[in-house]
Ligand binder design. Sequence first.
Ligand code: SAM
Length: 280
Amino acid sequence: MTKINLQNNDIFFENPKRIVYPTCWIEFIPVGFKIIEYSKPMCLVELGTHSGNSFCTFNQAVEFLHLETKCYAIDNWEGDFQAGFYGPSIYDELFEYCRQEYPQSAILIKKTFDEANLLFEDNSIDLLHLDGLHTYEAIKHDFFKWLPKLSHTGIILFHDICVKSKGFGVHQFWNEIKADYGFAEFCYGNGLGVLFVGSEIDQIQKDNLLFISRDGIWKNLLEMKGQHIFLKRENKLLEFALSRSSKILDNYKESKSYKIGMILLSPLRYLMNKINKFRS
Ligand SMILES: C[S@@+](CC[C@H](N)C(=O)[O-])C[C@H]1O[C@@H](n2cnc3c(N)ncnc32)[C@H](O)[C@@H]1O
């Protein structure tokens, strides 16, 4: 029976080096780390990178584990109607970050998924992350278009398998396809599915991934660490907003209009105090 002990130097304890807006993927950072540890892909392709939270997670794991993985990020870096549309600074910033931090592993390909598909040979991709448009038609199209590119040890990750909002059809496609292959599911946040499409995936790798998705302790640890990362980021944003509004308030207190206002209101305050005393 599989049993995985947690050592002090486990990648689980790594903290993400870079988190940026939008943060819909960041709860899966600890799971992403473990997937790279167990699958050790030579060639990783991501369809849908946006500002790079998932992509940087994979690259950080590759660096931490001293792997020689090549990680390809594919996106038109224009956005879509679900993720929203955005300007060129998103690509520029990610490109610069990857150039500095992950020059050995990270390769950014600014193309549509269908255009980029021609760049990869059949049986060449070990780990494919599907995170583009999340309609039923789009995920089905991306899956079948890229399936022949997967190697004999190929694994496909599906983000958003738990999202049931209008227009999101990954959950429907996932439920149709998962029984045709072995699979593991991480059902919290927006949900992450792991599909074992290769016919020669190492059984220990598979067992390890299944184990961390099913074992009560591991499941809780991964979910709690993911939520901790998410809440830490929210907290940082709130602290920033609070310090900005405190500064605005302090500046206002120094302004003439505030001081004049206080003088003008003082008779009213005096009257309110009297009324309150009388009432009590
Ligand atoms: C949900 S976002 C990706 C989120 C990202 N993985 C993260 O960690 O935050 C989807 C991205 O897919 C891109 N996209 C959607 N359909 C595409 C297509 N057919 N070709 C290229 N890019 C596409 C959009 O530009 C958008 O940046």
